[in-house]
Design a binder for this molecule. Structure first.
Ligand SMILES: *[C@@H]1O[C@H](CO)[C@@H](O)[C@H](O)[C@H]1NC(C)=O
Ligand SMILES: *[C@@H]1O[C@H](CO)[C@@H](O)[C@H](O)[C@H]1NC(C)=O
Ligand SMILES: *[C@@H]1O[C@H](CO)[C@@H](O)[C@H](O)[C@H]1NC(C)=O
Length: 388
């Protein structure tokens, strides 16, 4: 093969020329590139191609979501701010004075109040919710499906635990709906389907115009004094979002005051639709608590992670490992290893890392503090979870 030998010999010579510092400095990098191409791949290039490129691609695979969240302030601008209504409250101030402070009138008799939720598996938080609202709720409405939003078969957990909720039995309308079990469908479609069914259940429960309707997830708990204020005052906005304090795993990890999805409506038949997105610009300050992933048992965490509408966030089976979950809960870090969803770099950076521990258990739901032993896992200093 004289021909081939000759060619490669020649390129070696060129490379020797170039790589051996004979070229002018300006031409050097260009020549080096030529050299690489001509000579084939030199050692550094191999390292680059077979080490740095795969590591980079793997890093992107692991952290791509993080990078996109970090850069979110660049590609998404914040929604229009709410008009935040000041909220006045003290246990020793009469409802009449409170209505006046809000510049609302007072009614002759309070409105009826309906609390309607879609239930998945939040048995403990549902207990605290219903007990908190108990004095002021006329009627409880709960709908349960045998499918999670992500289309996984789910046992009817409320039915199974119904004897724990005897205290609402006379005021409860309970409905069951069959899942559609469509494979690979967007979970928000199943969720919307269940919310429509909840509208029907509300009619069955006997809701009428001007009754108050609370639309919120089970873990978004309006404080009882907030409900009392709104049922007694005239002239309240027809649709009012509730600003809740955001907690994660328990009341030990206070995140921020930014929960706003819960809302309270003066019901209008034919018009009011059960929803969990923004429906008005009005937001009542400090109206309760939102305790996300506030579960007693490890299995409930795992179930919720799978059932979650953001199931795509469970990118690796490792995320569902109980030891890892326990570790994350005690640290106040993120179950899905995600970055904070914020709209400015200042806020993203301010929230990086685990949530600081809070040792305040002041102004929490009364039923929780009156039954502290039973709900110890929700109070500061009790992050260990039982497996069952
Ligand atoms: C509430 O009112 C009562 C009677 O007026 C008074 O004795 C009590 O000190 C008040 N409590 C607070 C916390 O202000
Ligand atoms: C879900 O519930 C519906 C209606 O109650 C029932 O027809 C269906 O068989 C159930 N599906 C499963 C998988 O349990
Ligand atoms: C949340 O609201 C409470 C009460 O209004 C306030 O004391 C606290 O500083 C707020 N916290 C944050 C992080 O905004």
């Amino acid at each position: 093969m004289p021909e081939g030998y000759y060619t490669s010999k020649k390129t070696d010579d060129i490379c020797h020329d170039v790589c051996g510092q004979h070229g002018t400095p300006a031409g050097l990098s260009m020549s080096r590139l030529k050299c690489i191409i001509l000579k084939g791949l030199d050692f550094k290039t191999y390292i680059f191609l077979f080490v740095f490129v795969p590591v980079g691609v793997f890093g992107l695979y692991l952290h791509g979501q993080k990078i996109s969240y970090f850069l979110r302030p660049l590609w998404e601008s914040p929604p229009k701010p709410f008009h935040e209504i000041p909220h006045y409250y003290h246990g020793n101030v009469s409802v009449e004075s409170l209505c006046k402070l809000h510049r609302w009138g007072i009614r002759e008799s309070p409105r009826r109040v309906f609390d309607a939720v879609l239930f998945s598996n939040e048995v403990d938080i549902l207990t605290i919710r219903w007990k908190e609202m108990q004095p002021y709720v006329t009627h409880y409405v709960l709908l349960e499906s045998n499918s999670t939003f992500t289309g996984i078969v789910k046992p009817l957990l409320f039915a199974r635990n119904r004897d724990k909720f005897r205290f609402v039995e006379s005021r409860l309308t309970y409905g069951v709906i069959g899942g559609r079990f469509k494979r690979k469908e967007n979970p928000f479609i199943e969720e919307a389907y269940q919310r429509v069914a909840l509208d029907e259940l509300l009619k069955i429960a006997g809701i009428e115009d001007d009754d108050l309707l609370i639309m919120s997830d089970v873990d978004e708990i309006p404080s009882s004094h907030t409900i009392n204020l709104l049922r007694w005052c005239n002239d309240i906005p027809p649709v009012l979002h509730l600003q809740l304090r955001n907690y994660l795993y328990s009341f030990e990890f206070f995140l921020d005051n930014k929960s706003w999805r819960a809302s309270i409506h003066k019901y209008q038949s034919g018009k009011t639709r059960y929803a969990h997105y923004r429906q008005s610009d009005m937001l009542l300050s400090e109206s309760g608590w939102h305790c996300s992933f506030c579960f007693r048992y490890m299995d409930e965490f795992i179930f919720k992670m799978k059932a979650y509408s953001h199931y795509d966030r469970v990118r690796f089976p490792l995320y569902l490992n109980p030891e890892r979950i326990q570790d994350v809960i005690c640290k106040g870090s993120d179950l899905f290893d995600m970055l904070p969803e914020e709209y400015t770099f200042k806020e993203v950076i301010g929230k990086l890392g685990p949530i600081p521990h809070s040792y305040s258990a002041v102004h929490l739901p009364a039923y929780l503090l009156n039954n502290a032993e039973r709900f110890r896992f929700l109070l500061p200093g009790n992050c260990r979870r039982e497996s069952g």
